[in-house]
Design a protein around this ligand. Structure first.
Ligand code: FES
Length: 81
């Protein structure tokens, strides 16, 4: 299933559920390091929408933050980074 992801510049992209969100965000300027949920470098704020984790995130997160390297959208999603 595909979901619409709205980036900080307001542009909307279609993203396939099951594919890590980092792929899309990295193509649009998000910095990342480990790409495995450890370092927290890709920490992103969720404005609206939901994700599910493909692997357990190890970095500490605030309630409205996600690690795009190890999650995928499960609904229409708006993020800020
Ligand atoms: S790139 Fe390290 S936690 Fe996502």
């Amino acid at each position: 299933m595909n979901h619409t992801v709205t980036l900080p510049d307001g542009k909307q992209h279609t993203h396939q559920e099951g594919v890590p969100l980092l792929k899309l965000l990295k193509e649009n300027g998000l910095y990342s390091e480990c790409q495995q949920g450890f370092c927290g470098a890709c920490r992103t704020k969720v404005i609206s929408g939901t994700v599910r984790y493909l692997a357990e995130p190890m970095a500490r997160l605030q309630h409205n933050e996600i690690l795009p390297c190890c999650c995928t959208p499960t609904s229409k999603l708006t993020v800020e980074y």
